[in-house]
Design a protein around this ligand. Structure first.
Ligand SMILES: Cc1cc2nc3c(=O)[nH]c(=O)nc-3n(C[C@H](O)[C@H](O)[C@H](O)COP(=O)(O)O)c2cc1C
Length: 330
């Protein structure tokens, strides 16, 4: 049974990865409904939070139904990170996660995200200061290292644990790799096999089938799987993995009615949460997967992704229901 601080997260939990413009409250709620055990917000800038930038503070919203939920923050400045811990606490999350893995240039160039992998002492001291500054469990999400020649993740994870980090999620790529190549889970397994390690070690990167999740659990011996891209437009992935764990069999694909129901609810929750314009815009990226596999679908999809008006998108869903209600997904 894995525990993050005092929070029981079950046996081999499935965690929804933090994803910018994806892991918002509506999507997290859908993933939770379909079996995600822990969900994380997208990363939130500590500098944005302390400037009270509306875009950053809005990301702090959480629904009761998605607990346990972690709010992820990033930054490299101690003072800003500590102040943002205080701001984040007011939203009453269950966990605060530190992003030490984002490879994007604008983040890395400021020494934040994966940029901190070039200064492990700072990574450890920032974590320690944050742990001391809050009663909430602090977790870390990071990558294997800066590049192939500087992978010290076993030592890094142990040092983070020793300063009070309560769980670590490791994406099996280096910063230099960005998203290229395959995630390498062997170094993550080495972290787990370190006899001094006692906090949960979660694996991340390329878990895109139930079989891969089993491999992460049984072959690599990790404590849970963090899932990102496989869940975009496909919140059912969590329940499919769980069903496979329990039975060794694949669940049938969600039906058209289930997919339409999810798409409609997703869009409505997004509109309720962030208004029509942003709600319509930011839900678009999910439709490809919601309706993947339907032949000659382009005309319908174009309606969903080109109109700024929610009425048009809902009308497109109605047309899909009218024209494809009997469609069997593979
Ligand atoms: C669209 C997108 C946005 C992301 N945003 C974040 C983020 O805000 N914070 C973070 O730690 N990782 C972020 N990531 C990385 C994911 O959390 C995850 O580490 C990565 O996608 C690998 O896992 P996967 O193969 O299951 O997708 C993002 C990834 C994607 C695809």
């Amino acid at each position: 049974m894995a525990k993050i601080g005092n929070i029981d997260v079950g046996d081999f939990p499935l965690l929804l990865a933090p994803m910018e413009d994806v892991s918002d409250p509506p999507f997290r709620a859908l993933c939770k409904e379909h079996g995600a055990d822990v969900v994380y917000t997208e990363f939130i800038s500590s500098e944005g939070l302390i400037r009270d930038a509306a875009k950053s503070t809005m990301k702090l919203d959480i629904y009761e139904k998605e607990r346990p939920v972690g709010i992820q923050i990033f930054g490299a400045n101690l003072e800003s990170m500590l102040q943002s811990v205080e701001i984040v606490e007011k939203s009453n999350p269950d966990i605060i996660d530190i992003n030490f893995g984002c490879p994007v240039k604008k983040v890395v160039s400021k020494g934040a995200g994966a940029g901190i992998l070039k200064d492990i002492d700072l990574m450890v001291s920032l974590t320690e200061a944050m742990v001391k500054h809050t009663n909430l469990p602090i977790t870390v999400k990071t990558r294997l290292g800066w590049d192939n020649d500087s992978i010290k993740i076993v030592e890094v994870a142990e040092r983070l644990q020793d300063v009070g980090c309560k769980a670590i999620s490791i994406h099996g790529r280096t910063r230099v790799q960005m998203y290229k190549g395959e995630a390498d889970w062997a170094p993550i397994s080495e972290v787990k096999n370190n006899p001094r390690m006692h906090i949960p070690v979660f694996g991340n990167g390329d878990v895109d089938t139930p079989e891969r999740a089993v491999e992460m659990r049984d072959k690599f011996g990790l404590d849970g799987a963090m899932i990102g891209r496989a869940a975009i437009g496909y919140p059912w992935f969590f329940r499919e993995v769980k069903h496979y764990f329990e039975t060794g069999e694949h669940l049938p694909s969600p039906t058209m009615i289930e997919r339409l129901d999810a798409a409609r609810r997703h869009l409505q929750m997004a509109i309720d949460w962030k208004g029509e314009k942003l709600g319509v815009f930011e839900t678009r990226r999910h439709y490809t997967n919601y309706f993947k596999g339907i032949p000659h679908f382009k005309e319908y999809r174009m309606k969903m992704v080109t109109s700024d008006d929610a009425v048009d998108v809902f009308a497109a869903f109605d047309e899909v229901e009218r024209d494809f209600s009997d469609f069997q997904f593979a």
